[in-house]
Design a protein around this ligand. Sequence first.
Ligand SMILES: [Zn+2]
Ligand SMILES: [Zn+2]
Length: 397
Amino acid sequence: MTDFSMLSDYIIGIRRTLHKHPELSGQEFQTQQLIRNELDKLGIPHRTLHKTDILAEIAGLQTRPEETAALPPEKYSKTVLLRADLDALPITENSDAPYVSQSPGVMHACGHDSHTAMLLGAAKLLWDSRDHFSGTVRLMFQPAEETGRETRMLIDHGMLDGVDTVFAIHVAPDLPTGKICILPGPCMAGVDDFSIRLTSPGGHGATPHLGSDTLLAGAHLAVNLQQIVSREIDPQKPAVLTIGIFQAGTKVNLLAQEAVLSGNIRFFDKELSGYFKEALTRYSEHTAAMYRCSSEVTYTPSLLPTVNDAACCGTAKNAAMTVWGEDNLIKRPASMTSEDFSRYLEAVPGVMVFLGTSDGTQKTSWPLHHECFDLDESALLNGCRLYAAYAWEWLFQ
Ligand SMILES: [Zn+2]
Ligand SMILES: [Zn+2]
């Protein structure tokens, strides 16, 4: 019998240690060492595929029942990948908690410390139960989620080879502790980045008729671009265009020679990515031409929408029932934020679920990426159990 109160203490202890020592994307060396040490204590084999990741593997030891002898190995023996992310954000934490970040300007404001702690807890549960399942559980402790710069590399290094399904949890401060949200289909948006550079020979502010003004062109472009979503995209298809940076001008009496507008676009229908690229270029060229300026558009597709497989959602719901013992599902709309778990789901069917971590107080209800973000640690035990339960649903025969 598992002592759940000890397991909960273990998860909270790990989470607090990681919370105190957050590391930025791609720099998760201490975090990696902590995970190695914990896996070594249990005897779970692990390796590193690229730099700051850890891939652990737990092989089930159950002998194959005779009645399954006719089945080919891939039908009988499954591989389930459970994923946690490791990185923190460049944010100065605003908290008086005893586990406040000890690294100035760096903070676990997205809850990835708790994802890692829950998955280490699940590693214990799965290791202890390995006599009772066949197949393999792969545990991926993934770095650099916030920049999305490692996932493709890890896939190239074989992370998903032979994997039948993938599963991830994200904590959700907008949902109460004890509740879980499982959304079939798109649950998080795709995102593309863009940057538009307007140029002109400039001129003196006293003689605008002799020059051209990229600042004015940029101001009109910032307004015009908002018409793409409102006038060109099907209103039934959610999309948002945000310009986060607008830089222009060097002196009060000069016409700006350069203006740069940068931002991103979010959507659920991946076909919109190509449409936005064309429309953005068209608006930029025409607006620039109207003001006798030139334009240059850089358009970078970043992440596809995170799309949960319907059948895997069913498995996750069954797993949640076994953990909570009751229907604790809660609905909420898909989020316009993005996740690099979408790359896993492009390749392998699976699901990302949202675990409620708010106890109703302000302290645990700040949004993700907020300087005051914190969570109700009592929610983490069942999150840990859910990781293991999803694997068991696939691997118990
Ligand atoms: Zn985040
Ligand atoms: Zn996150």
